[in-house]
Write a protein that binds this ligand. Structure first.
Ligand code: ADP
Ligand code: MG
Length: 365
């Protein structure tokens, strides 16, 4: 196991394309860090720097405190898995899996034992005699995953390893990887554009956008307390609602107003729920997860606003209603049994402690 430390690590590609702005990141030993970002955000750039496949423009990388600047990829004791598995086409699955161990001159019995152990865990034991051409995409990716873990490297880097697979296969392989992980203790970095994959697999998530690290945190922190509106809308499906509003001093306290014409869409707010900025007044965006919104009981106090149901999507476990309020579409995740129809006028509410505020720069406050 190894702790990876990146300090002011940056990469500018040829022709001045910035792959990564200076970035500091510590990946503790044995952790699974998921780097989450849209296409072109610098995920592969970051992984290739850690692997030593590309040289950084500035900054440094250490493994357990040891500078990696002049250490070749082969000598970094790491394995990499790519989106499109790279297998030796003329070698059997067994030999593909055995390859990294043979390269390290393991004894035959040790190789055979380990290959069978990994193949069993990945449910590819019946395929050991086949060549890669006779495998499905999912099977090839399993072999590729197996080859990465066979010799128990200290670090495993995975670049969108599941994204070319069908959803059920993707989920199955994720589970296999998590199962394998316990026996390995390797430090892992997985990059993906799939927010659900990040939330369900990571110990920590690093959110990247346009080569910048926007937030580093546990999945729950990223989901509940996104640091900025990009992360807020990128993580979570359906996305967080971002509703423009005004906060003004009113009498002794403060009030929030969602829209100028709806007198009901205005309510007092306690100091403790206000944005943490000075002054806490002016224009903000009110961020609300769909599951934080519910239909209001007429006897209920607290915030309330009107909407007209635009669309209802029944999901089985719950339903997603799209409501129009002041030209804005608001998404609410409601109980599956809720009776609600398009065209219906409804009144909604939510708890103010579930709000995330965003200032004019899109930073949470
Ligand atoms: P991701 O893996 O998140 O999709 P990449 O790390 O591949 O993103 O790319 C980040 C940025 O760097 C993109 O703008 C991409 O076009 C650019 N880039 C990546 N590799 C190269 C390269 N070898 N030469 C020039 N630009 C590159
Ligand atoms: Mg990539």
């Amino acid at each position: 196991m190894v702790t990876i430390e990146l300090s002011s690590l940056a990469k500018t590609h040829p022709r001045g394309v910035v792959g990564l702005h200076p970035l500091d990141l510590r990946i503790p030993s044995g952790e699974l860090l998921v780097v989450l970002g849209p296409s072109g955000s610098g995920k592969s750039t970051l992984l290739r720097l850690i692997a030593g496949l590309d040289a950084a423009t500035s900054g440094g990388i250490t493994f357990d405190g040891r500078d990696m600047a002049n250490v070749s990829p082969r000598d970094r004791d790491l394995a990499m898995v790519f989106q499109n598995p790279v297998l030796y086409p003329h070698l059997s699955v067994f030999e593909n899996l055995a390859f990294p161990a043979r390269a390290r001159r393991w004894k035959q019995e040790r190789i055979a034992g380990r290959v069978h152990e990994i193949a069993r865990a990945l449910e590819i034991e019946p395929l050991l005699d086949r060549e890669p051409a006779a495998l499905s995409g999912g099977e090839r990716q399993r072999v590729s995953l197996g080859r990465a873990v066979v010799r128990e490297p200290r670090i495993i880097l995975l670049d969108e390893p599941f994204s070319s697979l069908d959803p059920p296969l993707r989920v199955a392989l994720r589970e296999r990887l998590l199962d394998l992980r316990w026996g390995l203790g390797a430090t892992m970095v997985l990059v993906t554009h799939d927010q659900e994959e990040a939330l369900s697999m990571a110990n920590q998530i690093a959110v990247l956008d346009r080569g910048r690290l926007l937030q580093l945190g546990k999945p729950r922190e990223i989901y509940n307390r996104p640091a900025d509106r990009f992360t807020a809308s990128f993580v979570g499906s359906p996305a967080m609602n971002l509703i423009p509003c005004q906060i003004a001093a009113e009498g002794e306290g403060f009030a929030v107003r969602l829209s100028s014409f709806d007198p009901h869409a205005c309510w007092p707010i306690l100091r403790e729920w206000l944005p943490r900025c000075d002054p806490p007044t002016g224009a903000f965006e009110l961020g609300l997860r769909p599951e934080s919104i519910r239909l209001r009981d007429p006897r209920e106090g607290g915030p309330r606003f009107h909407g007209v149901v635009n669309r209802v999507e029944y999901k089985g476990a719950d339903l997603v209603a799209h409501l129009v309020h002041d030209k804005q579409v608001i998404t609410a995740r409601l109980d599956a049994g809720t009776s609600i129809r398009p065209g219906e006028a409804v009144e909604m509410t939510f708890d103010l402690d579930q709000v995330v505020w965003f200032d004019n720069d899109g930073r949470s406050c």
